[in-house]
Structure formats: C-alpha cells, structure tokens
Design a protein around this ligand. Structure first.
Ligand SMILES: Cc1ncc(COP(=O)(O)O)c(C=O)c1O
Length: 405
C-alpha cells in the first residue's frame, strides 16, 4: 500500500490530493509503485499532450541537458532559435512575436501588461466561468469566488461579462477597455464551447472599440481540439494568445504571442523572467511541436475524439440516471453527471483510471492525444462498471465535495 504521509507532512496543503502515487508514465498510461498501469484521462491537467515521457522529448531533453541547461534571455541561444523558427511558422493569424515564460498564469500576466501598455487603457474584461490562473493578475480575471475571495483586494480594472452573451459583452467593452480575454473553449468550468458567432462577435466589437482580444489557449491549445490552436476551429484570430500546459512535452513552459504592433510598444526590461526561454524547455518544445506535426496527431485527435464521444454517448444511454450530457471537441471532452463526481473519481482508481473533474458534477477528459482506441474502450468499460456499482449502492453519504483546482 502506497504511503502518502511524506508529501502530506511537508507540503502546504494546497492541492486536492487523491490516493495514487505514480512513478512512471508512457503514452497515455501511468504506473504506480507496484507496476500497475492506469489510463490517464487527466494527463496532468492536460499537460501530457504528446504522451508521458514521449521518446522524442526525452531524447531532446537529455541531449540538451548534456550541452546547456540555462541561458538567460539577455544572451542568444541555438535551442531557442530553433524553437522560435519552428513556432513562428505555426502561430495563428497575425501573431508574429513571442515572450517565453514558464506557466499559464505567467503568460496571462504578460498578456495583460502588453495590452495595458499598448492601448494606454486600464480595463480587462473576462467571462463568467473563466479560469486564467491564480497569480494576482490572472486571478483577477478568473471567475470562481472560491479562488478569489480569500485574496481580495484583487487588481483594479478587471470585470466580467456572461460567457456566450454577445449583447452583454458589447455593453461592457468601452473606450477604456484594454483587452477582452477569453478561453476559446472554457476548460475549468467544465468544457463549454461558445455559442455560434460569440468569438466572431468579440473579434468585431474589440476591433470597433480599439480594444485587444486575448485568447487564452493554455488548455484548449496545442492540438487538444484537433486543430493546433482552438481558435482555428472558428477562424477567428486574436491580438494576443497565451499557451502553456503541454507545449514542451511536460517540461514547464509557456508563451505569450502577439502582433508586431503590440510588440513594438514594449521596451527592454519592462517584462522579463529568469527562466523564460531556457534551452531545456525550448529543446523539449521543439520536439513536442515536431511530434504533433510529423505524426499527424491533429487528425488522430479528431478521429480518437469522435470515437470517444460515440462511446460516451452509449454510456449516457446506458446510464440515463447518472449521465446528463456529453460535450467537447477533439480530446477536450466532458461528461456532465447528475451525481457528485467524487464517487466516480475515487472508484476510478479501483478500475485503474485516473479521472479528472470540473466542478462538482462534471467529468473532464484531457487525455494525452496519443491515447489509443483500445485504451478508450478500457476507459468506457471501467466507467460503465463504476456507474453500475453506483446505481446499486447510490452516491456515498460521506463523500465531501471536491475542492476543485
Ligand atoms: C485556460 C487556462 N488558463 C490559465 C491556466 C493557468 O495555468 P498554470 O496553472 O500553468 O498557471 C490554466 C490552468 O489550468 C488554464 O486552464
């Protein structure tokens, strides 16, 4: 039996912990200390996009580590050049310049600073249900009161509009709006695809009012929806885009990309990060992006994703008292349940599934994009058994709600 005491006794208790210690990963599988394999539907919260310990990423990291691990942004570096050269050919729309950093929240912080400085305006508009991270700026644009309340006052000038409601968004975007930030598909709130015309409308209103449009592609980007960037599904392109999670195959990395015109306003020293653009992460990111492009991962994601949805819809038909709705795009999927999700997640470990939640009753699926159809079958067999068990026993009386995030 795994022992969890060591981590629990040393770490500040900030994470909702689950009773599984993983020591190894390969593709869409993770392994515990006994060597038992689990299908990973969480993918480290959507990070393991190219698969756990992807061999190309492992090779790139180990080769780079033996050459040079750190190189500050004030000096030039070959691994960084190689990544920028590749990435620049795959940025959407008019995005031409990037700032390299280390996490999703940090990329969004950069986006807000670039937007405020380049427009000379103050206000940032985000949406109900949004999640942009937990640093002060990103938290100010994050919706959930549970994350915000204990840390108030948050930053001035941040406000919300209802997600999906264009009319209300139009009302709040005004002459002092620096930027509107939106996840092209909301992740943390439980995989919500915007209604038709929403992103197009935001693009139009922001342009009309001289505000910038920021797409937070931290969760929806890098192939997750079957396009390299989720915004390509609508052919709507932002002035600023942030990305992180799996872009370096699991090595911490992020970027904030923008146009020549926004970039031209920024001056040396105004925004930097010691680790930003370090050679190790750049080498990993080049390998991860090449893997996605060369192995045709985008078409595979569309194919496996639609198979997954098909199977989930069968699950819904089989368990109408438990499953309310299946939704999503590519391999960014959700099953909204009529029962608390905690029971399903905990039982998942007995069926060797690592499941992920969103809110109290939504199962969220962010598996590595290399997950096979056989592994999807294994997931659905497990979920069917779990739901059968729950139909017999009912939801556990003791299950506390999950503290999300
Ligand atoms: C859409 C979105 N933006 C930002 C973040 C924050 O990223 P990080 O946890 O790397 O700071 C997340 C994390 O889940 C996210 O899903």
């Amino acid at each position: 039996m795994a022992n969890f005491e060591l981590e629990d006794s040393h770490l500040i208790p900030l994470y909702q912990k689950f009773p599984l210690k993983i020591v190894r990963g390969s593709g869409a599988l993770v392994y515990d200390e006994k060597g038992d394999d689990y299908v990973d539907l969480s993918g480290g919260y959507g990070v393991a996009i190219v698969g756990h310990s992807n061999p190309a990423v492992v090779r790139a990291v180990s080769e780079q580590a033996s050459k040079l691990i750190t190189c500050h942004g004030s000096l030039y570096n070959d691994a960084r050049e190689e990544y920028l050269n590749l990435l620049s050919r795959h940025l959407p729309g008019e995005l031409r310049r990037v700032y390299l950093c280390n996490s999703g929240a940090e990329a969004n912080e950069a986006a807000f600073k670039f937007a405020r400085k380049s427009t000379g305006r103050r206000k940032i508009v985000s949406f109900s249900g949004s999640y942009h991270g937990k640093t002060y700026g990103s938290l100010s644009a994050t919706w959930n009161q549970k994350y915000r309340k204990p840390f108030e006052p948050l930053l001035d000038g941040f406000g919300f509009a209802p997600f999906g409601n264009l009319e209300k968004a139009r009302e709040v975007i005004d002459a002092d709006t620096a930027a509107v930030i939106v996840e092209p598909i909301q992740g943390e709130s439980g995989i919500h695809i915007p209604p038709d015309g929403f992103l197009e409308g935001l693009r139009e209103f922001t342009r009309e009012k001289g505000a910038l449009l920021i797409f937070d592609e931290v969760q929806s980007g890098f192939g997750r929806t079957g396009k390299l960037w989720a915004c390509e599904n609508w052919r709507v392109f932002p002035d600023i885009m942030t990305a992180s999670k799996g872009i370096a195959g699991g090595v911490p990395f992020a970027f904030c990309a923008t146009t020549e015109s926004v970039s031209s306003i920024m001056r040396p020293g105004e925004h930097t990060s010691t680790f930003g653009g370090n050679p190790l992460a750049c080498a990993a990111a080049t390998a991860a992006l090449r893997f996605i492009l060369d192995q045709d991962i985008l078409s595979k994601t569309v194919e496996t994703g639609s198979y997954f949805v098909e199977r989930l819809n069968v699950l819904k038909q089989t368990h109408p008292r438990i499953v309310r709705e299946i939704r999503g795009k590519g391999l960014m999927l959700a099953a909204e349940l009529k029962i608390p999700v905690k029971d399903v997640i905990l039982k998942g470990f007995d069926h060797r599934l690592v499941l992920l939640y969103a809110g109290l009753n939504i199962l969220r699926f962010l598996p590595p994009l290399v997950i096979t159809k056989d592994q999807v079958d294994r997931v659905l067999i497990g979920l069917d058994q779990i739901m059968k068990e729950l139909e017999i026993t009912g939801p556990s009386k003791t299950a506390e709600p999950i503290a999300a995030g």
